[in-house]
Design a protein. Structure first.
Lengths: 352, 333, 359
């Protein structure tokens, strides 16, 4: 059953689906989810809504699980003598960019290279040190006239790094933020085929998380779930990184805690993890979670929220790395959480 | 169009104080709309063809950037804070106008080093009085730039082209729109410059199916200017992205098709550092596919904003072409 | 209902003490909510706690209710969250809300629900070079010491996620009070009194909101739920009215201590509704109450999100000034606070629909 999840994930990290232009990713996710859910629909701005109905008596409470399907990348801002200048979509780390292979989605998909111009082509103060995105360029190796016929401002530029595996457990590539979480949610849907759950489950692949959190905000407003969970990647432990903000890969997902999290939802996730023996580390987030949950919590009249984090190395670079076992564990934990929700769970969430 | 733009740009209307502009707009559009209402924040909503199936909200903001008085010293000089995004460099020596018609000069403290950048705390307002009791404004009063509308061939120069030119495009479109299958909600919004506040509440109240903003955008065609593909005189810009908006790709494609069919020269815009009402309309309620038609403008947020009349005319033609034909966006991209 | 008292009674001071000494860091406002609940429940028509922890209370005043008015006060304070326990049993922490790092060093703190006494340690000056004393110590280099001595001993009492605040006791200083969290327990105390002694002729929708300090979060959903016709936000704003070093006029004082309640014309997130602004100024003048206009400029209150909720809600902010907010101890004038209560009560009692109309 893990094959559905892994096949989907490996496909997704080869597909573009930048913020605001998620269709390629959305169509692939929809194909995977179709046999697993009862209803599928799209929000006005392109988020994918999948409903798996619960078995409880109507009116049923619902839990919304959000995993953003958009990825970071770039957009052509202007053509300059046959080369392309780009604007960021989402937050890029400029220092990893020179020399990265990219795909320019013009009239057709074109292979390109992100390049750091030679020093003399840069302003004096910017010649040493990291070169900002606004000075980098994309070279597609074609003469200016042809470039002008094939590419225009507004065209998307996505990373073209080929994904690869390391050993049995590690997957390396771009866009694992947040396709790893989409995979985890898919694993949960697969497991729930064999289990009953009282509550309705809305599996939502949100749009625009990396730029506006807009998909989460509008989907939560439309669906008005009783409880909402966001699954996103978090920072994996690596040398030089602060210990309290990073978590070892392969040790399971994290369970966030802080103002963006409802303590009752946090507790329920913790208990579910205990029941299926999934290790779950507490991730303190003193202010906001940096995830869709920041929007989910304040949609409409307010929603009790939780956040699960999948540790990821090299976040927001084309060589992100994740443990496949962590993804499976997250899926299992989520399935146990959903299946274990009693009819009266909402009442237990009332704060004093 | 030029006369309308002259009256609109010369009117006083900084964020939160749009009454004069709203009255002007109301005069221009009454008789053109099926209903005219004012929101609790002061935005003016003019609805055309309420029986139309698809609700299209067209937003143009009435407010301009300005300054708010924060302190009056014993000699009657006033210190101020900004309303909206202002570069202090562009203020020195200019004139400000307040609600009561009072004018002041924006002065600067004597600088030891004239090569260093002026900051807000170096500036003050001079009302020509000599003591605080005679100062004609009080703390909290808001002023805007003051200056006349000027024509230079096809180029039009005025303060507040941002966004009175968008307002003019909306009004002129209302005038020329003969038939539309849609319920078009022309929203003349308030307080855009301080955080898109009017548009947020108007969109919630109007609950549209599609959102289109009309606003200015910057250009890349001035000496050592920003690297942008938009230029004056090359037509209205169809916005693909700005700092807070990812325009709905289907709407962008539709705008391109309509522009080409109507033979309106257009440009594609990616703006870094700036946004419009469209970004909050898009995230209203359950989500609203949104985009923006931009009028290229040099020197945005200075007292002398410059647009090209042909671009303005082009924007009217493009908006009319979009509104007069169906708007089936299909599946989201 | 009688007008609120001009002089603070002993009960007022005791309530201020309880409120300011409670630990209610953004996201964990329970202890403050408990105190508020006890004060308002006997007087309320309805009481509800929503998904984020906002305490929503309704109370009708005397006479026909002309308007549904939301009056809000945020219950949270800035503070700290423990994020890890070191091998020596010291607690690493992060700030919650905006605190200047220079306010933290060498301060006693209370940690967790049990209010364990701790301190943020500092190196002795004798053992530092001159250069070192000129560097600001960043929060990343600080730790809270609760006297545990070892990781296991510490973990028996405290865990990551626990909150901490400055350990400041409330004190009266003649016409002033000194306490932590005057932002916004002063506003909370004002709102409690308005529930207990409601203004005439309105349906009071009292919202004791959460998470203001981390992004105006609670007020946003409270305004959406309540959907009021108007809103008054009670907060606390800095009085930066200290003398300048060179004797030049202080032109960025924001508000002045002792000059009365501060009415906002404009701050970083809200331009006041002109009708409400005029109404409150007019009420202060006709009631003979002191008031000041808070200097326009930055900062924000819950009004920033309330006034743009739904199709827009006419809103105004009214604050009691305090010196040194977001630090271990602030100082406020009791007269300013009492006058805030009186102004709010009088202005709400005379609020009509006409005040809210636009041309």
């Amino acid at each position: 059953m893990g094959d559905v999840m892994l096949t989907l994930l490996k496909d997704l990290i080869r597909l573009p689906g930048l913020s605001g232009h998620e269709r390629p990713a959305q169509e692939r996710i929809q194909a995977a989810w179709e046999p697993l859910v009862d209803e599928l629909s799209l929000s006005p701005i392109g988020s994918l809504h999948a409903l798996k109905r619960g078995s409880g008596a109507a009116p049923r409470p619902s839990v919304l699980v959000a995993t953003h399907m958009d990825a970071i990348g770039m957009m052509v801002s202007m053509l300059d003598h046959g080369l392309l200048r780009v604007a960021e979509i989402g937050g890029l780390e400029p220092r990893v960019l020179p020399g990265q292979p990219v795909t320019v989605h013009g009239r057709r998909d074109l292979p390109g290279l992100l390049v750091q111009p030679p020093a003399h082509a840069l302003p004096a103060e910017d010649r040493k040190g990291p070169v900002a995105v606004k000075y980098l360029m994309v070279d597609i190796g074609l003469p200016p006239g042809q470039v002008a016929r094939l590419v225009r401002p507004g065209d998307l530029v996505s990373f073209a790094q080929e994904p690869f595996e390391q050993g049995e457990d590690r997957l390396v590539g771009h866009s694992l933020d947040n396709r790893a979480s989409v995979a985890a949610l898919t694993a949960c849907l697969v497991e729930l085929q064999q289990r009953t759950h009282l509550w309705d489950l809305w599996a939502v692949a949100t749009a625009q998380e990396e730029e506006t959190l807009g998909g989460a905000l509008t989907s939560a407003f439309a669906l008005r779930p009783t409880v909402a969970i966001a699954i996103d990647v978090t920072w994996a432990r690596a040398p030089g990184l602060p210990e309290h903000r990073t978590f070892p890969m392969g040790d399971g997902p994290t369970n966030a805690w802080g103002p963006n999290i409802h303590p009752g939802v946090h507790q329920a996730l913790k208990e579910a993890a205990g029941r299926v023996e999934v290790p779950l580390a507490l991730e303190p987030l003193p202010a906001h979670s940096g995830t869709d949950a920041f929007a989910l919590q304040i949609a409409g009249e307010g929603i009790p929220t939780g956040v699960l984090g999948i540790p990821l190395l090299n976040m927001h670079t084309p060589v992100e790395a994740v443990s496949i076992a962590d993804i499976r564990r997250t899926g299992r934990l989520l399935a146990e959480f959903v299946a274990g929700l009693p009819a009266d769970f909402l009442q237990t969430l009332t704060l004093d | 169009m030029k006369e309308l733009l002259r009256r609109l740009t010369e009117a006083y209307g900084p964020s939160g104080h749009e009454d004069e502009v709203r009255d002007l707009v109301r005069q221009e559009v009454k008789g053109l709309a099926d209903s005219l209402t004012v929101s609790s924040m002061g935005s003016l909503h003019a609805v055309v063809n309420p029986q139309g199936k698809t609700k299209v909200m067209v937003a143009a903001h009435m407010d301009e950037i300005g300054l708010v008085v924060s302190h009056i010293d014993p000699a009657g000089f006033a210190r101020f804070q900004m309303i909206g995004g202002l570069n202090p460099q562009t203020l020195v020596g200019h004139r400000a106008r307040f609600a009561n018609g009072i004018r002041a000069v924006i002065g600067i403290e004597d600088q030891e080093d004239w090569t260093k950048q002026a900051t807000l705390s170096d500036l003050y307002l001079d009302f020509g009085v000599s003591r605080a009791a005679d100062c004609p404004v009080r703390i909290g009063d808001i002023g805007s730039f003051d200056g006349p509308f000027v024509e230079n061939g096809p180029r039009l120069i005025a303060k507040a082209m941002d966004d009175r030119v968008g307002v003019a495009v909306a009004i002129e479109t209302m005038r020329r729109l003969r038939r539309t299958p849609h319920q078009v909600q022309f929203a003349f919004t308030v307080q855009e410059e301080v955080g898109l506040r009017g548009a947020r509440t108007s969109a919630f109240g109007l609950d549209p199916d599609v959102g289109i903003a009309l606003d200015v955008t910057r250009t890349g065609d001035t000496p050592k200017g920003p690297k942008m593909a938009v230029e004056l005189g090359k037509g209205p810009a169809i916005k693909v992205k700005d700092s807070n908006l990812l325009s709905d790709p289907r709407l962008v494609e539709l705008m391109v098709r309509r522009a080409e069919a109507a033979r309106v020269p257009y440009q594609l815009e990616v703006l870094q550092g700036g946004t419009t009402d469209a970004s909050v309309i898009q995230l209203t309620r359950a989500g609203v596919p949104s985009g923006c038609i931009s009028i290229p403008c040099r020197y945005v947020h200075t007292p002398s904003e410059m647009v090209d009349l042909a671009d303005v005319e082009g924007a009217v033609k493009l908006l009319s072409a979009i509104l007069s034909r169906p708007m089936d966006l299909g599946r989201p991209a | 209902m009688p007008a609120p008292a001009a002089r603070p009674a002993r009960a007022h001071l005791r309530l201020l003490q309880d409120l300011t000494e409670a630990i209610g860091v953004s996201g964990a406002e329970g202890p403050v909510r408990a105190i508020v609940r006890k004060q308002v429940e006997p007087h309320a028509d309805s009481v509800k706690v929503d998904a984020l922890g906002n305490l929503l209370v309704t109370r009708r005043g005397a006479g026909r209710a002309r308007l549904r008015v939301m009056v809000s006060a945020h219950t949270d304070e800035v503070g700290m969250m423990v994020v890890s326990v070191s091998s020596e049993g010291l607690l690493k922490f992060e700030k919650v809300g905006s605190i200047d790092d220079r306010q933290l060093l060498g301060k006693p703190v209370w940690v967790g629900a049990d209010r364990l006494p701790g301190f943020i340690g500092a190196k002795p000056i004798h053992l530092m070079s001159d250069d070192e004393t000129e560097q600001t110590v960043k929060v990343e280099s600080m730790s809270i010491d609760i006297g545990s001595g070892s990781k296991t001993a510490a973990e028996a009492k405290v865990k990551p996620g626990d909150r901490a605040t400055f350990a400041t006791r409330f004190r009266r200083m003649g016409p002033s009070v000194m306490a932590k969290a005057l932002d916004n327990r002063l506003g909370v105390a004002t709102l409690i009194e308005l529930v207990q002694n409601p203004p005439d002729g309105i349906e009071l929708l009292a919202a004791f909101t959460v998470q203001e300090e981390v992004g105006l979060r609670g007020a946003r959903v409270a305004a959406f739920s309540l959907d009021p016709q108007a809103a008054l936000v009670l907060d606390c704003t800095p009085a930066n009215d200290l003398p300048t070093w060179d004797g030049e006029e202080n032109i960025a004082y924001n508000t002045r201590l002792g000059s009365g309640p501060a009415i906002y014309a404009a701050d970083g997130r809200t331009l006041a509704h002109p009708g409400l602004l005029e109404h409150f100024i007019h009420t202060a003048e006709s009631e003979g109450l002191p008031y000041q206009i808070r200097q326009p400029g930055g900062g924000a209150t819950d009004a920033g999100v309330i006034h743009v909720a739904r199709a827009g809600i006419p809103s105004l902010s009214l604050s009691t000034p305090a010196r040194y907010p977001h630090s271990a101890a602030g100082i406020a004038s009791l007269a300013d606070w009492r006058d805030t209560v009186r102004l709010a009560h009088a202005a709400l009692s005379s609020l009509t629909e006409r005040t809210l109309r636009r041309s």
